[in-house]
Design a protein around this ligand. Structure first.
Ligand code: NAD
Length: 278
């Protein structure tokens, strides 16, 4: 069974659009983009379109490639102070010498819709109300969409970055699953993944998860987004899971593209709504 991220994301977008339409207060997202990066430009362009489609105001704050830490930090602090600004995100990469983590930790935690401020990441552990990183939320939503009861299930997370693998692991721990976090130093990865009722692949290694690494019937969520060259020389986007072989053994599998990617965008919209309306 395919976990259709596109379809699920449309449902979330409809909910967001309804909430925004019913709200007396305008819902807006302010994004900071410093420097010139093609990927960030495309992301910002798509963000503007996506926000418009659900009625969210989008304000892009551009800073030059010469922007310093003080310039970017100053802009974030101004947005923090502005009561009309309810949601803030900072596009990456930042200009050389401007450390992303230092900037992210300045974003007001109540406006931090990407959930990148350490305060929000910390609150996930406590299960307090907080803004959770969008990809982690997207992965959890996709797992839950299968109807699986997580309590007591064995979940293996492949990849343990601060913004993807670790928060996914914590969210699953909160659901009282048995969680195994793995990374590139994990010995005999396959012996662990083969025991997983839920397998989340978030390593950034194309085709890492092969058929023999998956327990029959498992829920498999593929977070990876990798650009690779096909046999005909054209470039395409693939995940961390060898989709064609794993689809025959998994119970539920999310595709790439059309899986966690669109759901992550939908979670950003939902977090933006949450930040403005609570
Ligand atoms: P990262 O490079 O920061 O972290 C990768 C993690 O995977 C590390 O913990 C590393 O130890 C682990 N890893 C690497 N090779 C491994 C291996 N062979 N076996 C086990 N673990 C291994 O990457 P990230 O930012 O966490 O992103 C991971 C992937 O998810 C990337 O492909 C990225 O493009 C994708 N991503 C997707 C979305 C989305 O919206 N779908 C969002 C963010 C990231």
């Amino acid at each position: 069974m395919l976990i259709d991220g596109k379809e699920l994301s449309f449902a979330v977008r409809r909910q967001v659009a309804r909430r925004v339409a019913e709200s007396k207060r305008p819902v807006r997202l302010d994004a900071v983009l410093a420097g010139e990066n093609k990927g960030a430009e495309i992301y910002a362009h798509n963000q503007r379109k996506t926000c418009a489609a659900v009625g969210i105001e989008y304000h892009l704050h551009r800073l030059p490639a010469t922007a310093t830490y003080e310039d970017v930090a100053g802009r974030v602090l101004l947005l923090n102070k502005n009561d009309d600004v309810t949601a803030i995100m900072v596009h990456l990469p930042l200009p050389e010498g401007v450390e992303a983590e230092r900037i992210q930790s300045l974003i007001d935690p109540d406006k931090d819709v990407e959930g990148v401020n350490p305060a929000n990441i910390g609150n996930i552990v406590y299960g307090r109300r907080s803004l959770v990183p969008c990809t982690a939320l997207a992965s959890l939503e996709m797992i839950e969409s299968t109807g699986i009861e997580l309590r007591g299930k064995r979940c293996v997370i492949v990849g343990a970055s601060n913004i993807v693998g670790k928060p996914i692991a914590v969210l699953l721990m909160r659901a009282e699953a048995t969680v195994i976090s793995t990374n590139k130093y994990t010995a005999d990865l396959a012996s662990l993944t083969r025991t997983a009722d839920v397998l989340v692949a978030a390593a950034g290694v194309p085709g890492l998860i092969t058929r023999d690494m998956v327990k029959p019937g498992a829920v498999v969520v593929d977070v990876g987004i990798n650009r690779v060259k096909g046999p005909d020389g054209t470039r395409k986007t693939v995940g961390d899971v060898a989709f064609d072989e794993v689809k025959d053994v998994a119970g539920h599998l999310s595709p790439v593209p059309g899986g966690v990617g669109p759901m992550t965008v939908a979670m950003l919209l939902r977090n933006t709504c949450e930040a403005a309306l609570g």
